[in-house]
Design a protein around this ligand. Structure first.
Ligand code: SF4
Length: 344
């Protein structure tokens, strides 16, 4: 199977229908034993120091792994990808564009999907059949999500890892299904996490330091029970067609679609506080202003750059944030006195 790199979640059903093996380049970057080396490849090629590490890392992965075909999402994700695509083309890589429509409407989405299918030499009908095939894998990811927030038997890091991997199913959805089912069987036999733990939501793009973030939070008596973007990668609202599925996917559209989803899940999952992760030099960081206004809970904004580990500064801020939430829970009277969004 020919590999095709993706710069973020795309309608993967079309890629599979066209006979490609999708590879999420972001997941390859963070899974690399030396991700800094991949960023250096981009900086040596001339990418500016103040360019987001994900973009530089994606470039490094393409060159390091000899990826020959890439789908670059030029609308609905990151404007930097437009220029990344140009540089990839310069290096002889076939870098195709996929643009999510401006609004999550079925008609323009149908058009975008048809166009991608034609570009890859397949049809939307064939991709709809793949949608059916992927149902089991997607449902298992949602089952793990339920084991996280409802049954308290899965960790925040496990949730992050398996849900974020739904962008490409680690390149093999059948293997993904088998391995995830094994994990679910293990989780089901576990004792639940303590009922008095602090329940957190994680919103924003996946963190460069995710590997250390989730275990650190759990050591402090808290757990992430909602990973917003990662959950969206599983396509929790599949609808009746691919056009509906990718219109219900909130990440590419206005922040308001995301806020509606976040607020619903915060309520359903009994969340005590929110971590908003922002990537250095990312336009999405500005959205922090909107999230803080919309979310009626304490919000901690964490920024990452090319630090694939959790530094002491971030650890101290997380500890202080959790301590503040835990104090508020012990002294209910303090809740009315405390201003919301107190930690910046
Ligand atoms: S983190 Fe922001 S700047 Fe970086 S690739 Fe994602 S959307 Fe683009």
């Amino acid at each position: 199977m020919k590999k095709i790199g993706i710069t973020t979640t795309v309608p993967v059903e079309i890629l599979i229908a066209a006979g490609y093996q999708p590879i999420d380049l972001n997941n390859v970057l963070v899974g690399d034993p030396e991700p800094e080396r991949l960023i250096t490849i981009a900086e040596r090629a001339g990418f500016p120091l103040n360019c987001c590490s994900w973009i530089k890392g994606i470039y490094g992965v393409c060159l390091d792994r000899g990826i020959q075909d890439v789908i670059c999402v030029t609308s609905g994700d990151c404007s930097n990808t437009i220029m990344l695509r140009e540089v990839l083309k310069l290096k002889g890589i076939t870098a195709m564009a996929f643009a999510y429509p401006e609004r999550p409407d079925k008609e323009p989405m149908d058009y975008a999907l048809e166009k991608l299918a034609a570009q890859l030499g397949t049809t939307l009908e064939a991709a709809e059949r793949v949608k059916e095939e992927l149902k089991t894998a997607r449902n298992l990811a949602l089952k793990l999500d339920e084991l996280t927030w409802k049954d308290s038997k899965a960790g925040g890091g496990e949730n992050h890892l398996w849900l974020v991997s739904a962008s490409d199913f680690n390149g093999d959805y059948r293997k993904y299904q088998i391995e995830l089912q094994e994990l679910i069987d293990v989780c089901e036999k576990r004792q639940p996490y303590p009922a008095n733990e602090t329940r957190l939501a994680y919103i924003g793009v996946p963190a460069v330091f995710a590997r250390e973030l989730y275990p650190f939070i759990e050591k402090q008596g808290a757990r992430v029970v909602f990973n917003e973007v990662q959950r969206q990668f599983t396509m929790p609202e599949p609808g009746q067609s691919l056009a509906e599925q990718y219109s219900n996917y909130t990440y590419p559209y206005s922040i308001q679609e995301r806020i509606t989803d976040i607020k619903t899940e915060i309520k359903r999952r009994h969340i005590d506080g929110v971590i908003h992760y922002v990537q250095a030099f990312c336009h999405r960081g500005i959205g922090d202003i909107v999230f803080r206004e919309a979310i009626d809970l304490p919000v901690l904004t964490l920024e990452g750059n090319a630090d694939f580990f959790l530094n002491t500064h971030a650890k101290t801020r997380i500890e202080a944030f959790l301590d503040m939430i835990q104090r508020r829970r012990i002294k209910p009277g303090a809740v009315s006195r405390a201003r919301r969004n107190v930690v910046k």
